[in-house]
Design a protein around this ligand. Structure first.
Ligand code: ADP
Length: 945
């Protein structure tokens, strides 16, 4: 702003020049000599030229500085940051600073005006003084001259003046001077200009007369009866002399002689009024002058000036002007012409007299102005101080409000603007406090709702908050469908009330509940007007009432209502507050309902679990035991009681298989057989529990499969015993059946029968062999693991079945991944048999002229054999059971093929013996793909592919 601008050198220079004006004036006033007014006068006179000279210097300097700042600002000095001026910090100072120039201008105007008026008045006073004096002098001048003329002409008429007796003449002249004290010297001049007689002494008369007088003598001798002239003073005198000349005529009327009467202005009684008026001016530097028609000075305070020529102006009318005398002093000049004569009176007074006078006139007024303005300033500052003081206390109070101290009311002690401000602050505080209180109550309410699932607990703060609005009763009524649990028994109370009148009005509950079911808000400032509620005559009823429907997620929970004993108009805020309370109440009801139903569900589940004969274990995501049902305690040992829930399962359960199962991270369902001490075998199935895609633990159900296991073992044992015992008779039967041809010629029919017997026996032998193989594989004896070449295995199988394929005109091919010879650890005979079974099946269940393809894929951890055909395919119904023992598909094509239903079971057994896996993918009518996966290294049975 202004201060920023002042940092520009050029503007700073301008400001300094302005400052110099004042400084110069002060310096001149104190250093120059003379009266105060002269100094002031001089200062003002020289102001313009001095300021111009200095101002020009400053201007050039600042322009240079500005140019430097403009061209290279970085070389300019580092200016500190602007600080707020005192005026910006305080209202009082700002007001003073803003008012100061105004007041100063006003003061200056007043002073200058005063000065001008006073100056005018002083000048006028001096002028009138001068004109008075001059007037008097001017009036006396014609009287003086006329007297001189009359006297001299009267004297000249005396005939005795013509006598030649000089003594007589001299006596006559002396006589004349004595009788009329006007002339100080009388002389008679003869026809040739020679002095005839003179009294008292004859100096400077006749031939020695001043030039003017000699000229006058000539004129008189030529017949001019009367003249007068100004001549230099007599020696020792200070004023000029006036010389009156009269011609002396003889009988015939010719001029014969001249009578000269000289009058000394200083001593002449008739000139005294003139001179005394001239000296009437008081000051020592004042000058009063008498000037004749030839502008010669006749009387002057300075005798040296007498008879010199006056250089100033004179006129026919009085003049008043200012003139500068040769000494350089300025003078006030007044000139007044004498009446009827060419003489003038000139009065002079130095200008400073007028200024002094003006100062005298102006001083009291100036003093008064100064005093008044000081008083005004003090009053203003004091008044402002009062205003700012009350503003300051107000800002303190506002600060308190801002800090949240709302309890102290602001006293309203005035009706002015500050008082109004204070009042609005007060109302702000009150409403803020109200809002804060309301918020506080709501906070308590929501805390209650959040902290308690019991509705009867949560509803208490809500009722209290509702009562705090001034109501005499606050009630919450729950709808019947909320109160009753699914089985119809009430699970929580239906009504809650608080307040002095709550029991008086409880009869209204039913009606209000029914009304708010339709209508979210019921605001009845006057119960009489809309007859919505039926009140029994004489029964107590409130005067006004407000009810809010409790709704949460479009379910109607009941109503919250408050009643007043007096009529009450409900403000917008009250309704809003009640609606908020209603929302909280609905939330509380919804929470406790939800909690109740969840609790009921939980209890149901608990009893289901408790009554289940199968052990159930539940873990959380950190593999800690969460829950174990009584069956589990029983089966898994005694240490599974309440105290062990929450512990890591490996500390609680001893069975490593079960622990591993519960701790796997696999996202799928997994099963494992667990044999427990005591000979019982359980099939444990663990399923991950997922919540929003996150695994939060596992549920493990154990089923007692001891019985099935026993049955299975029994079956296997039976089968293997039977098949073992069947093998020798079957060999025998086959031997003898073959030998039949050898012992004699058989006819065609016999041969046919023998072939059938042999086929049947072979079939049976195969079955028996398969059964024995399966038994051997399952029992796990004789697994001979060695490092084998996969390609050898595949080549051998494909080679041995090539003939069979060729008979059906089936194209049998194999494929290997390029690169190194793949080696794996496995039992060569078993692997070969498994692959053989798969390829044989593929040839069997593919129509003639089909295709069978064997592909090997090598993966980091194992080898996958794929047997792909384009045969019949397997229906989805059969697919899950393909690998079961004795399972044969009933579909077309399978019937024609002889089989035991054991081939795939053997494949599966072999795969599992190697820690691998077998599975199939098939599409009916398009073909099937059978997979056999074997790990590269044996002994790492955990590896699942
Ligand atoms: P079988 O001795 O009957 O072949 P398997 O255990 O080898 O017994 O096969 C079981 C059943 O699976 C067969 O009866 C057949 O229906 C079906 N099957 C096996 N391999 C194939 C295949 N490549 N294409 C179609 N069905 C097949």
């Amino acid at each position: 702003s202004f201060f920023k601008l002042v940092r520009r050198p050029i503007l700073a220079g301008l400001l300094v020049s302005a400052l110099f004006l004042v400084i110069h004036l002060v310096v001149v006033l104190f250093t120059s000599q003379g009266v105060f007014v002269t100094r002031l006068d001089y200062g003002l006179q020289s102001l313009a030229s001095n300021v111009l000279a200095v101002g020009l210097q400053i201007f050039i300097a600042s322009a240079l500085a500005e140019a430097i700042l403009f061209t290279s600002p970085e070389r300019w000095f580092e200016a500190g940051p602007l600080e707020p001026s005192p005026a910006e910090k305080s209202l009082q100072t700002r007001f003073t600073v803003n008012m100061a120039p105004l007041a100063l201008i006003l003061l200056l105007t007043l002073m200058i005006g005063d000065w001008i008026v006073a100056g005018e008045a002083a000048r006028e006073m001096i002028r009138s003084q001068m004109s008075n004096a001059a007037e008097m002098s001017a009036q006396s001048v014609p009287y003086f001259l006329e007297t001189g003329q009359n006297l001299i002409t009267k004297l000249a008429r005396d005939p005795e003046l013509m006598s030649d007796n000089s003594i007589q003449l001299s006596e006559l002249l002396a006589e004349s001077i004595r009788t009329v004290p006007y002339f100080n010297q009388l002389s008679i001049i003869g026809k040739e200009g020679q002095l005839i007689s003179s009294y008292p002494t004859a100096y400077n008369v006749g031939p020695q007369s001043p030039v003017d007088e000699q000229m006058g003598i000539q004129f008189a001798l030529d017949g001019m009866p009367f003249q007068y002239y100004s001549i230099p003073p007599v020696e020792g005198q200070k004023t000029a002399q006036i010389s009156f000349l009269a011609a002396i005529f003889d009988q015939a009327g010719d001029p014969q002689r001249v009578l000269i009467g000289r009058a000394d202005l200083e001593n002449n009684p008739f000139s005294q009024p003139i001179l005394s008026s001239l000296h009437k001016l008081t000051g020592e530097d004042d000058i009063g002058m008498l000037i004749d028609g030839n502008k010669r000075i006749l009387a002057h305070p300075d005798p040296l000036m007498v008879m010199t020529t006056y250089t100033g102006r004179t006129a026919d009318t009085p003049l008043f002007y200012i003139d500068t005398d040769p000494g350089g002093n300025r003078m006030l000049v007044y000139s007044q012409p004498a009446q009827g004569r060419d003489w003038s009176i000139v009065l002079m007074a130095p200008v400073y007299r007028a200024q002094e006078l003006a100062l005298q006139i102006a001083t009291p007024l100036l003093a008064m102005i100064v005093v008044l303005s000081i008083v005004a300033l003090i009053i203003l500052r004091f008044g402002l101080g009062m205003v700012t003081a009350s503003l300051k206390t107000l800002s303190l109070e506002a600060g308190r409000i801002a800090q949240g101290k709302l309890d102290q009311p602001l006293p309203a002690n005035s009706v002015d603007e500050v008082g109004q401000l204070r009042r609005s602050f007060e109302s702000m505080r009150v409403s803020l406090k109200g809002r804060l209180d309301e918020l506080n109550r709501l906070l308590i309410v929501s805390q209650g709702v959040a902290s308690s699932l019991e509705f009867s607990e949560a509803v208490q703060p809500i009722l209290e908050a509702a009562l705090a609005t001034g109501a005499s009763a606050a009630r919450v009524v729950l709808a019947p469908n909320i109160v009753h649990a699914q089985d119809g028994t009430p699970s929580m109370p239906m009504m809650y009330g608080l307040g002095p009148s709550q029991n008086l009005y409880r009869d209204l509950d039913e009606q209000i509940l029914a009304l708010t079911r339709q209508q979210d808000r019921l605001v009845l400032p006057n119960l009489q007007r809309p007859r919505l509620l039926n009140v029994a005559p004489g029964a107590p009823h409130p005067e006004s009432l407000m009810a809010i429907a409790l709704r949460h997620e479009s379910l109607y929970y009941g109503t919250l209502w408050i009643a007043y004993d007096q009529p009450h108009t409900f403000s917008e805020e009250e309704v809003r507050f009640m609606v908020t309370l209603g929302g909280q109440a609905a939330l509380a009801a919804a929470n406790s309902r939800l909690f109740l139903s969840a609790e009921i569900g939980r209890q149901r589940l608990e009893s289901i679990l408790a009554s289940s004969p199968d052990p159930v274990l539940v873990t959380d995501q950190r593999d800690q035991l969460l829950l174990a049902n009584p069956a589990a305690w029983q089966v898994l040992g005694l240490n599974l009681d309440e105290t062990n829930t929450g512990k890591p399962i490996n500390q609680v359960i001893d069975e490593p298989e079960l622990v591993n199962l519960l701790r796997t991270t696999s996202p799928e369902k997994q099963s494992v057989e667990v044999s427990l001490p005591g000979g019982r075998v359980f099939l444990a199935t663990a399923t991950p529990v997922l919540a929003e895609g996150q695994r939060i633990g596992r549920v493990c159900i154990l089923r007692d499969v001891t019985h099935f296991k026993e049955l299975d073992a029994l079956k296997s044992e039976f089968v293997s015993t039977v098949s073992h015992d069947l093998r020798s008779p079957l060999t025998l039967m086959r031997g003898y059946a073959t030998m039949l041809e050898m012992v004699g010629q058989l006819n065609e029919q016999q041969e046919n029968y023998v072939r059938k017997i042999i086929a049947g026996v072979e079939n049976m032998a195969r079955l028996v062999n398969n059964l024995l193989d399966l038994g051997r594989i399952e029992s796990g004896v004789g697994l001979q693991v060695e490092t084998i070449n996969i390609q050898d295995v595949v080549d051998r199988v494909v080679g041995s079945l090539q003939l069979q394929a060729a008979q059906k005109r089936i194209q049998l091919t194999s494929e290997f991944p390029g690169g190194s010879q793949p080696l794996i650890e496995a039992d060569q005979a078993l692997l070969q048999q498994a692959l053989h079974n798969l390829v044989e099946n593929a040839i069997k269940y593919t129509r003639p002229e089909g295709k069978v393809h064997v592909r090997v894929r090598i993966q980091p951890l194992g080898v996958v054999f794929e047997v792909i055909d384009n045969g019949n395919g397997i229906s989805p119904v059969d697919q899950p059971r393909l690998f079961e023992k004795f399972y044969r598909s009933v579909q077309q094509g399978s019937k024609e093929q002889r089989g035991t239903g054991l081939g795939l079971a053997i494949v599966k057994s072999i795969a599992e013996r190697h820690g691998g896996k077998a599975w199939a993918e098939s599409q009916l009518g398009k073909g099937s793909t059978f997979y056999l996966a074997i790990p590269i290294h044996q002994g790492i049975h955990e590896v699942k592919i």
